[in-house]
Ligand binder design. Structure first.
Ligand code: FNR
Length: 367
């Protein structure tokens, strides 16, 4: 169907399911084990309801904000997803170009299919990008990646902490992987097993020994702000703040790691309360959420509960898999349109006005 007939991110996903190669669909769409966490990521948003305000002049509404001090047109960023070329020959570049057009920040994955230099090269001169980091067992490889990123102007380092081993994604494991994910990681010289899907083939370099002490080492090799991606409880969020991190992403990796891990949105209230209790200053420590975000209303719920922004993964990779860069632009248009409507109907003219009183999250928590 023509792109103009897609009216929601769900529509784009439906098209992607039909047009994508099985191997790509299985890798992108899969979650761990019974996929309970993956489904819950989206379902959890359905337990939050709005408490709209009326009779406010909502002629003008804006929803731009800052992430780590950098402007964004909407309170969202494109999160890191590996192996962009499985879905489309231009891979991650589709995201880079659309991010530039739409004033949105892209997080580049360690395991991008396009080279880091090609992705940086496709960015406009003042386009802000972040880097997602998997820490290699060979620390020299990681140090080289981090230093190169800082030198090239990357504005934030998101260290993935929920993946000492990759989860069992059975749909993906049934596929044979015949592509090399990332030349940089392949340099570490590992023999990879290609018989059990993409995730297993590309992940053997990740260091499961990574721990809080290693954070000190990461701080010592870069001045970029460091954010932990994959925090799943308030205790670790407080530890991240005390360790000097610039923020955390409450995330379970899109339900691809520990099944029955809680969704990011579900632990957001306890994390915000714990940070407040620990006197962590919200202007120097930001909290983001990812997983299951499919509507501007989802994003406004997260913002109301204290998130600075959310990460969106699958919707954008489905969008370019089905329609190339135009698909990503369309997804951005849809979100902008939903934001405008939602803000007006909520009675909020800017994101500062989207406060905890605007949502009822009494039934949010299962944990
Ligand atoms: C991911 N994610 C991910 N995270 C990360 O830190 N490094 C990575 O290489 C990847 N790769 C990856 C591939 C694919 C296909 C998916 C779907 C996800 C997790 C990602 O950054 C994010 O946490 C989730 O995608 C958010 O959930 P949604 O938006 O996909 O529901």
């Amino acid at each position: 169907p023509p792109l103009s007939e897609c009216l929601s991110l769900h529509d784009i996903e439906t098209v992607a399911r039909y047009v994508m190669a099985d191997k790509a669909w299985m890798y992108y769409s899969s979650g761990a084990d019974d996929e309970m966490t993956m489904r819950e990521n989206h379902n959890a948003y359905h337990r939050i309801w709005f408490r709209p305000r009326i009779l406010r002049d909502v002629t003008e509404v804006k929803f731009d904000t800052k992430i780590l001090g950098h402007s964004t047109q909407m309170p969202l960023y494109i999160t890191a997803t590996a192996l962009g070329k499985l879905g489309h020959p231009d891979g991650e570049l589709n995201l880079t170009r659309s991010a530039a057009k739409n004033g949105i920040i892209q997080m580049i994955p360690t395991l991008a299919s396009c080279s880091f230099d090609d992705i940086r090269g496709a960015a406009t001169p003042d386009q802000v990008q972040f880097l997602q980091l998997y820490v290699n067992k060979n620390r020299e490889v990681t140090e080289r990646i981090v230093r190169r990123a800082e030198k090239s102007g990357i504005k934030g380092l998101f260290v993935t902490v929920d993946a000492p081993q990759l989860g069992r994604r059975e749909k993906d494991m049934r596929m044979k992987f015949d592509d090399v994910g990332s030349k940089e990681q392949a340099e570490s010289g590992e023999n990879v097993d290609r018989s059990q899907g993409a995730a297993r083939a590309i992940s053997s370099f990740i260091d499961p020994s990574l721990n809080w002490n290693d954070l000190k080492w990461i701080f010592s090799i870069t001045k970029m702000p460091i954010i932990l991606k994959g925090v799943q409880c308030w205790q670790d969020a407080v530890m991240a703040a005390k360790s000097g991190c610039a923020g955390v992403v409450l995330s379970n990796h899109g339900g691809r790691q520990l099944d029955f891990a809680p969704s990011g949105i579900e632990i957001l209230p306890e994390v915000m309360a714990a940070l407040k209790h620990a006197n962590v200053d919200s202007s120097s420590f930001e909290v983001y959420v990812d997983g299951g975000v499919r509507r501007a209303s989802d994003i406004l719920k997260a913002v109301a509960l204290g998130a600075k922004a959310v990460g969106i993964g699958r919707p954008f990779i489905y969008a370019y898999s089905a329609y190339g860069e135009a698909g990503v632009n369309r997804a951005m248009d849809i979100l902008r349109d939903e934001f405008e409507m939602c803000m007006r109907l909520l009675g909020a003219r800017s994101l500062d006005e989207v406060t905890p009183e605007m949502v009822n999250a009494a039934n949010l928590t299962n944990v």
